[in-house]
Ligand binder design. Structure first.
Ligand code: SF4
Length: 360
């Protein structure tokens, strides 16, 4: 399916402040992750910089749907999407927002004994796809939890009208001094921040329209450019999802998406390989042999190439993805995330490279 809406990309880019044009020096506070010996600006490091302590995300399901599922934009959803697989919370009986937060924190208590601050992560489906007053109620309920210090909101770039961006900006500006939240903190880039931490994750996936058509995404890359341009300067963090190994994309195509992230000037990126879960069109395509999924060694080389091209100021939120084993089809190596991370670190070590080494 081809989508007709076309924006004037040149004029949008003219209006965009391009982060990749800002010179960096070896002592720039935005490069503290390098001084810490990391090969890339890892999300955990960025959160520690921002909050001064460990902060974990708790995944929440507010019961939103998606315009690519309910027929508003398209039907059937993205080729790879089975929303059940996106969030552990989807498999729990629906509890209220605070109830879900309590359940998730209780589950995490064993693993992260000393963690007492959490980000409410609205993960499955499109979490800005509702009337703005409903969004306000849901977000504010999460922020009212005494252990929640911020919001992370996953959404589509074509699903952030002005009134939604206004709400996210308002929440980003709000300061709650009644709790132990630092009213002023570093954003990890040397800028002082006040207010509530809000991060919006846009599903960009790729900069190539033919790949967005393949996945039945229901929008083209111009929607991402537009969403980022309208979000800039509103205080909340702008994130992007990117998928490597999409069918028909060459290595050069994937590296072009890395360059585009710098050109857009996003604050953070989540990267993972194309993986396959049950009951999706992709599962049928893989079963018929029409789509090949990346092997681990190939992914590791590609993701390191990708990160080397990113600006050193972009937070790398994730370098792998997986789904619950009962939904998962493959590739099986995805299920061992620590091994994927170890292989990526080893590849950086072998090359002696780091994020931004080949940033243009
Ligand atoms: S936009 Fe997101 S939630 Fe909607 S169908 Fe695609 S992957 Fe699924």
């Amino acid at each position: 399916m081809a989508y007709e809406r076309k924006l004037d990309l040149e004029s949008l880019y003219v209006a965009t402040e391009l982060a990749s044009t800002k010179p960096l020096t070896a002592t720039d506070p935005r490069l503290a992750w390098r001084e810490a010996g990391l090969p890339y600006f890892a999300c955990n490091f960025a959160l520690r910089q921002r909050f001064g302590r460990r902060v974990q995300k708790v995944s929440l399901d507010a019961g939103f749907t998606c315009p690519n599922v309910d027929g508003t934009v398209a039907v059937g959803g993205c080729t790879f999407c089975d929303n059940r697989s996106f969030s552990p919370s989807r498999r729990l009986p629906r509890a209220g927002i605070r109830g879900q937060i309590d359940q998730s924190i209780a589950r995490m208590r064993m693993r992260y004994r000393n963690c007492r601050d959490f980000l409410a992560y609205f993960q499955p489906a499109t979490n800005t796809y509702a009337p703005v007053e409903r969004l306000r109620t849901v977000y504010e309920e999460a922020l009212s939890h005494p252990q929640v210090v911020g919001l992370v909101i996953g959404t589509r770039p074509d699903c952030v009208p002005k009134e939604v961006l206004d709400l996210l900006q308002e929440l980003s500006n709000a300061i709650d001094n009644s709790r132990d939240r630092a009213p002023s903190h570093s954003d990890g880039r040397g800028r002082r921040q006040t207010g509530t931490y809000v991060s919006v994750e846009f599903g960009m996936q790729t900069m190539h329209d033919r790949s967005l058509d393949w996945m039945n995404r229901g929008h083209h890359h111009d929607a991402m450019i537009d969403a980022v341009a309208r979000s800039r300067g509103r205080r909340f963090e702008i994130g992007a999802h990117a998928i490597l190994g999409l069918p028909g994309e060459s290595h050069a195509d994937m590296m072009a998406t890395a360059g585009e992230l710098g050109r857009l000037g996003v604050d953070a990126v989540k990267i993972h390989n194309l993986y396959c879960v049950k009951n999706t069109p992709l599962a049928d395509q893989v079963a018929r042999g029409e789509v090949r999924l990346m092997e681990r060694a190939e992914y590791v080389r590609t993701v390191v190439d990708f990160i080397e091209l990113l600006s050193p100021t972009i937070i790398v939120d994730r370098i792998s993805g997986d789904a619950p084993p009962d939904y998962f089809i493959g590739p099986s190596w995805c299920l061992d995330k620590p091994a994927v991370k170890a292989a990526v670190l080893e590849e950086f070590g072998k090359r002696g490279s780091w994020q931004g080494m080949r940033w243009l």
